[in-house]
Write a protein that binds this ligand. Structure first.
Ligand SMILES: C[S@@+](CC[C@H](N)C(=O)[O-])C[C@H]1O[C@@H](n2cnc3c(N)ncnc32)[C@H](O)[C@@H]1O
Length: 215
């Protein structure tokens, strides 16, 4: 049986294997992208390695949200006055009012089908201040998981790809599809680039699309 989106997540043990801030967070800090930003929302913060790094190096308050209790408990060990956490499922309406200068989302969007991605983007748009920045990373269609001839894949009716060997589905995008999604969501792309990185305990490098988009 193919999973629904609720069961379609990476296991906490894998996420907890991450060590240190990602290259994306390092670029955000070294490139001073958060200058003038005071409030950041991080969607699916995981154990908050990137968020702790950004809160340490930039003058910013960060609210990290994630739907997984076990992961959030780990993230909360890093809690400070400027780095706080809340349980939230990003497919549901955001429970707080207010707006953010920046919304960060690393390795979340490829969990969802196109209509769910569009819904999340519309929430991001309404939660961002005018001229706010949406920074995200997601897995690309050029990723080995999508191209390795030895990995079995089944296309689902909602367009997602089911991987029987892993027991989950993904919706990797190519650069054109990311552009289409953002343009339809009224975002303006400022930077879009592809990187390859080892994620968590993976034995292969993942191919990732990174994007900085303005509201
Ligand atoms: C691959 S991890 C990425 C974590 C972190 N952003 C990072 O880059 O290491 C994906 C995270 O998304 C969270 N997640 C998955 N579906 C979610 C949802 N619907 N709402 C909130 N968080 C979700 C998982 O609990 C997990 O922490």
């Amino acid at each position: 049986m193919m999973p629904n989106s609720k069961t379609n997540i990476t296991k906490p043990a894998i996420i907890k294997a991450a060590k240190g801030p990602s290259p994306l967070a390092q670029k955000v800090v070294s490139g001073k992208y958060l200058q003038g930003c005071r409030q950041m929302l991080s969607l699916a913060c995981g154990i908050a390695l990137d968020e702790a790094f950004m809160a340490d190096h930039c003058d910013i308050n960060i609210l990290g949200v994630d739907q997984d209790d076990e992961i959030l408990a780990d993230a909360k060990k890093k809690e400070t006055d400027r780095l706080t956490f809340m349980k939230h499922d990003v497919t549901q309406p955001f429970p707080l009012t207010g707006s953010f200068d920046c919304i960060y989302s690393r390795n979340l969007l490829h969990y969802f089908n196109t209509s769910q991605q569009q819904h999340i983007l519309s929430q991001v748009y309404s939660l961002l201040k005018p001229k706010g920045l949406f920074i995200f990373q997601l897995k690309a269609k050029a990723d080995y998981f999508y191209v390795d001839p030895d990995i079995k894949r089944i296309k689902q009716s909602d367009g997602m790809i089911y991987f029987p060997s892993m027991g989950y589905s993904r919706n990797h995008l190519d650069e054109g599809e990311v552009e289409e999604l953002l343009t339809a969501g009224k975002f303006v792309i400022e930077e879009l680039f592809v990187t390859t990185e080892y994620l968590y305990k993976d034995s292969h490098k993942s191919t990732l699309i990174n994007c900085f988009a303005g509201r």
